[in-house]
Write a protein of this length. Structure first.
Length: 229
């Protein structure tokens, strides 16, 4: 790492990285403190409390999260998705033929990270992603916007584009298929359930302190522990 007040190839008149971010806004959360003695026994209950608070505070897309996966070939990768549901698991949908779908098929261990900057809160979920019931995937797909469905039908996700005209033609054909059959759902469309084994909650305070609580799965129950910041 370079010294904090210098940057590779930067002249003395160029601002350092520290200078660039020095004036950035910091979270000033108007939320209650995180006290382990008052937290629920189940991490999903606390997650939903925080999610409801983020919605009430006007946080944009509070159900957005970063999904991290890994494979032998690509190593770790991450991308942002939208959470579809929460019960005893965290749900998201995707094509099983996508890079993340192929990585999950190789290694079902995944990590989900929710970050609500305005709230000064972060939730980290570690667990296993497994395919859920087919009817859930079908219902999700049919509720998607027609253009989104057409994209999923047309081409494999994240493949390289050699000719834009070919893509346009494939999308036109897919839109026609979707319009002709409102029940059309690709076989690869999958609803994944992330079964958590660890859920960590991080709460900023009005000062520079942090509070962290982690839940670890122990059999059918959860063990709670406070963590050093």
């Amino acid at each position: 790492m370079t010294p904090p007040d210098s940057a590779p190839g930067a002249s003395s008149s160029s601002p350092s990285f520290r200078d660039r971010v020095r004036g950035a806004a910091s979270p000033s959360p108007d939320v209650g403190g995180l006290d382990i003695s008052s937290t629920p026994a189940d991490p999903v209950a606390l997650f939903l409390e925080w999610l409801d608070a983020a919605v009430a505070a006007g946080v944009v897309q509070p159900h957005a999260f970063t999904l991290s996966t890994a494979s032998t070939a690509s190593g770790p990768t991450a991308r942002t998705l939208l959470l579809k549901d929460v019960d005893d698991a965290f749900w998201f949908t995707s094509s099983a033929l996508s890079p993340k779908g192929r990585q999950i098929a190789e290694d079902e261990r995944v990590a989900l990270t929710f970050f609500w900057a305005a709230q000064g809160q972060q939730v980290r979920v570690v667990g296993s992603a497994v395919p859920g019931p087919r009817d859930v995937a079908e219902q999700d797909f049919r509720h998607r916007h027609p253009d989104s469905r057409a994209v999923a039908v047309a081409v494999p996700q994240s493949t390289e584009i050699d000719d834009v005209r070919v893509v346009d033609e494939a999308l036109d054909r897919a839109r026609a298929e979707v319009e002709a059959d409102d029940d059309l759902v690709p076989d690869d469309w999958t609803a994944y359930r992330v079964l958590p084994v660890s859920v960590e909650f991080w709460q900023a305070t009005t000062g520079r302190d942090q509070v962290r609580v982690r839940y670890d799965r122990v059999g059918e129950d959860w063990r709670r522990a406070s963590l050093w910041p």
